[in-house]
Design a protein around this ligand. Sequence first.
Ligand code: SDX
Length: 437
Amino acid sequence: MKGMTVANKTVTITDNESGKSWTYPKMSGSTGPDVVDIRKFYADTGMFTFDPGFTSTGSCESKITYIDGDKGVLLHRGYAIEELAENCNFEEVAYLMLNGELPNEAQKDKFEHDLTYHTMLHEQVHSFYSGFRRDAHPMAVMCGAVGALSAFYHDSLDINNPEHRKIASYRLIAKIPTIAAWAFKYSIGQPFMYPRNDLGYAENFLHMMYATPCEDYQVNPILAKAMDRILILHADHEQNASTSTVRLAGSSGANPFACIAAGIASLWGPAHGGANEAVLNMLKEIGSKDKIGEFVKRAKDKNDTFRLMGFGHRVYKNYDPRARIMSRTCHEVLVELGIKDNALLDIAMELERIALEDDYFIQKKLYPNVDFYSGIIFQAMGIPVTMFTPLFALARTTGWIAQWNEMIEDPQNKIGRPRQLYTGQTVRKYVPLKKRK
Ligand code: SDX
């Protein structure tokens, strides 16, 4: 039956040196590439497979997100990202990721209520922040604060207890906006704003970011809607580097707070979630449209480490569907804010036009990814560059948690322990210090 990983087909591998052959099950999912089940390969052959960067390796079975990189398709539990971004709020998508189905009215109301009443942080976490320098990168603060949560919630650390997993999941999803907003407030020396129980997820975050105790602050509903949509676009993305980090950390039985802190650390890299910050810095470095050619040339130069940030993707060999929605949202936000001309957007659009017509990018199937436009929107919304990746981490916490739960509940789950191709020194005798040259 389609949808089952039934090994009713096989693949045979032959070692031409020894003439030996081994046959392995070929399994099909509900859609997407088949997989060859090579779990017994080393026991059978005494050889490892070799796949640095896991370009051809399926690490797990999952039902949460499906990506067709050639067609530029992204589904969450079978629903197209375009439909979810258009019709849902973030809480609905979070519910979908955790439970596999969109919530009905009652389920949605209860889920939103439950999240709302977990948005506050333990007051000791409040003083935890004062250990950081004011100019610490907010991602460093988020790594620390999220990892520290395991020191506060001893009542939900038994990963084999479904109730513990549920309460820890709700706490992480509910508190991450507070943690992110407080990292921003701390960096600008303003007092922390507590979450409000009368605001939705995205609106509450923006309120904690921009309100002060001195006066009432109304979040612009258009910006709240834009933020809500941006969070949906960043919520989950199959087995990317940070999600794989969360799964690998979780496979040892580490508590969910520690696993999410590991995911935040991995996302921080400029090749991954740090790209949105790197895109804006790149656009500022380009500075004007007439400099674009020089940077495109550098991006194509094998001897230059410069890459067009926000371009290219391990899986998408077509336009990242999230980038299309981000581009549209970018224009909507700028119109709403009455920003007629935005130099960085002009440079970004011209850069996109040039790159998409350039043979190098066409040949290598390099298209704008989710990070290409997000920085421009965030900047237009008054979000500082250092908060771009924390926003990505805020949204992706929901995907990480959904994937972590799926891994824990997977009967095939076992500790992740890859092997290697060893090319170092073979065994040799110890040389006493006096005899070393
Ligand atoms: C995210 O995995 C996910 O799903 C991630 C993500 C998510 O939601 O979790 O989608 C979020 O991380 C998006 C990607 C953000 N990163 C960037 O925008 C940084 C710039 N992009 C590149 O660093 C790169 O494209 C990666 C890291 C995204 C993908 O790298 P791969 O899959 O390892 O591909 P590659 O580096 O082997 O590139 C293939 C070729 C190479 O040339 P050759 O060695 O084959 O000659 O394309 C070239 C690369 O040099 N190339 C680029 C390029 N990206 C790839 N050349 C210029 N500019 C670029 N941006």
